[in-house]
Design a protein around this ligand. Structure first.
Ligand code: SAM
Length: 317
């Protein structure tokens, strides 16, 4: 079908993401002992790449933490196009996810590969089991369901992995409901470097579906803007020219308020001086001009609805 065309290339973007994340964590930019369990062969990336992945990790982490600490009990995170991202494990091990349900969505093959890695790692299984009575995709406590059970790759009490194509929002919603999603709870929907791989018509449908489906929500998007990439990095096929047009797009698709900031702003205004100094000591680095230019090309956007609108001041600093 037309939906499956190009899926392999798009899924491959996850492998490159996770290797780069692992590289920057390995250099001490960002603390995440769980990333390495998702990477077969680690590689060392250039300092400019490490910095790019560092600022991305910090920006997304900042939004997740703001959301979790503010909403407190009973909230949900839905990571759309989650790939092999390890945020759930990192935050759970820190004790931050006491009352948070975490859903991950990606293509079925990607979710299956991720589940296999989790099942083969005692470190990851231990985190998954923290404070849980139920466990495992095949083990005890796994909820058997009639329909779509093939799409529910992992169904633990607080961590669900769903293998569906995001472009089929109806199917996505049915699968999420099957794993116990609550459409009224405060919900953070995350798309970290995902929307750019989806045709604008379909990504708009996803953004609109989320606005129409979740009463109290924040949609966090980390993405590249401006179509020209002067560094020859792998770029997505569908980028928006600037922050304003992205913000306008989310507003038109049903979100009540929308704010965004580029990574220069995030780095200088949200991260403190001490942290920036620490980063400067990690590797020899002198490509500051390239770094600032690159940071201008990435933004984190938050779109709010209902009770989550109150989060905007915290999230945007
Ligand atoms: N969000 C993760 C991260 O930042 O580490 C992964 C980012 S990776 C660049 C893009 C991910 O989006 C891939 O895992 C890919 O499979 C997923 N993706 C892209 N289009 C998708 C679609 N239509 N349905 C489900 N997943 C999709």
């Amino acid at each position: 079908t037309s939906l499956s065309r190009g899926n392999n290339a798009v899924q491959g973007t996850n492998d490159s993401s996770i290797v780069s994340k692992c590289s920057m964590a390995g250099r001490g930019y960002f603390q995440d002992p769980y990333l390495q369990h998702f990477v077969a062969k680690t590689r060392r990336r250039a300092p400019l790449i490490n910095r790019g992945y560092y600022v991305r990790a910090k920006a997304v982490d900042h939004m997740l933490r703001c959301f979790i600490t503010h909403t407190g009990a009973n909230s949900q995170v839905i990571s759309l196009g989650a790939g092999f991202d390890s945020a759930y494990f990192r935050l759970k091990a820190e004790g931050l996810l006491q009352d948070t349900l975490w859903f991950e969505v990606d293509f079925l093959e990607t979710m299956k590969r991720k589940a296999a890695l989790i099942n083969n790692s005692q470190v990851l299984l231990d985190v998954l089991q923290l404070g849980q009575s139920q466990m495992g995709s095949e083990g005890q406590g796994h909820k058997q369901t009639e329909n779509m059970e093939a799409n529910i790759v992992l169904d633990c009490s607080d961590f669900k992995m769903v293998g569906v194509d995001l472009r089929d929002t109806g199917h996505l919603e049915r699968c999420l409901k099957m794993t116990g999603v609550d459409l009224t709870l405060p919900t953070l929907l995350l798309s970290e470097c995902v929307m750019t791989y989806i045709e604008p018509k379909s990504s708009s449908a996803i953004i609109q579906w989320a606005a129409n489906t979740f009463t109290n929500a924040v949609f966090v998007t980390y993405e590249q803007i401006l179509p020209n990439d002067p560094f020859g990095m792998v770029i997505g096929i569908h980028t928006y020219p600037d922050a304003d047009s992205q913000e306008k797009r989310y507003r038109e698709l049903g979100w009540s308020s929308v704010h965004s900031m580029n990574m220069n702003h995030f780095y200088t205004n949200i991260l403190d001086l001490e942290e920036r100094r620490r980063v400067d000591t990690l590797e020899p680095f002198d490509e500051y001009e390239e770094w600032h230019l690159k940071c201008c090309h990435y933004l984190v956007l938050c779109a709010y609805r209902g009770s989550c609108s109150a989060l905007s001041q915290d999230m945007m600093g």
